[in-house]
Design a protein around this ligand. Structure first.
Ligand code: COA
Length: 222
């Protein structure tokens, strides 16, 4: 809870449009104004699927299998998921999202989902998708299996499946200070398209899109 609050303060400070110190402090103080105020700042990325095959160099370890998530996998995935993600897994499956998991010797090591429509109460985001776009979300690899190419391998597998469904572009959103995820998407050929701010006041959600601005330290594209 405290971490979340500190992160919120930090992102408000960094993202404040106004460079004047007073305005920046005011932006941070807004956090105290609303007792149930929560905010998230994201970068929304897109990536066309028409480019060359996107398999990571070397790929994941040979002992790792990547395959679609089936209904029977959901309880196992809940064991490795963060608690917030865990309760939503079944809902994604029920609503027709396509899940992919990575496993070794029957033990799940990671998963990700592609959805073909946005369900704001599930995805906690509001982004317009057209019929040729899929939203990739809830990407997770257990900490012990990171930096071994698992997320890249799942993404490559998902891209192949999505192309067969005539999807042309994938969309993703990443919290502005999630460096590992920003770097990951940069490496996998995503381009930032706009910034998205989410504010929750009491039980109402407000989303605001603004032109892309690099407030993340994401290294220069290209
Ligand atoms: C982001 C995440 C999914 C990456 O999974 P992964 O299996 O470790 O990713 P890969 O091994 O395929 O990494 C591919 C490239 O992404 C970049 N990358 C991945 N993790 C990184 C990190 N911690 N720091 C910097 N770059 C990183 C690297 O360029 C890496 O290539 P390299 O290892 O050859 O340098 C994983 O760290 C994770 O589950 N994080 C917590 C959940 C999360 O933030 N999800 C994303 C929400 S959008």
């Amino acid at each position: 809870m405290l971490n979340r609050f500190v992160t919120l303060l930090k992102t408000e400070w960094r993202a404040s449009e106004d460079r004047r110190i007073g305005a920046r402090i005011l932006a941070v103080l807004q956090v105290f104004v609303f007792p149930f105020y929560r905010a998230g700042r994201f970068i929304v990325f897109k990536r066309p699927l028409s480019g060359p095959a996107d398999h990571p160099t070397g790929g994941p370890p040979a002992s790792v299998t990547v395959r679609p998530v089936e209904a029977a996998d959901v309880p196992r995935l809940r064991q490795i998921a963060s608690s917030a993600d865990g309760v939503r897994l079944e809902a994604f499956a029920r609503r027709g999202s396509l899940g992919v998991l990575a496993e070794r010797d029957g033990a799940a090591l990671g998963y990700m989902w592609a959805s073909f429509a946005i369900f704001p109460e599930l995805h906690r985001v509001a982004i317009d998708l057209n019929q040729r776009e899929a939203f990739i979300h809830d990407i997770w690899v257990v900490p012990a299996a990171r930096r071994q190419g698992l997320a890249s391998a799942m993404l490559a597998y998902l891209f192949d499946r999505l192309k067969k469904r005539d999807i042309q572009t994938v969309v993703n959103h990443v919290v502005v200070d999630n460096r590992q995820a920003l770097e990951f998407h940069h490496r996998r050929g995503y381009q930032p398209v706009f910034n998205l701010t989410h504010r929750r006041i009491l039980r109402w959600d407000f989303y605001r899109q603004t032109p892309y601005r690099n407030i993340s330290g994401l290294r220069k594209q290209g």
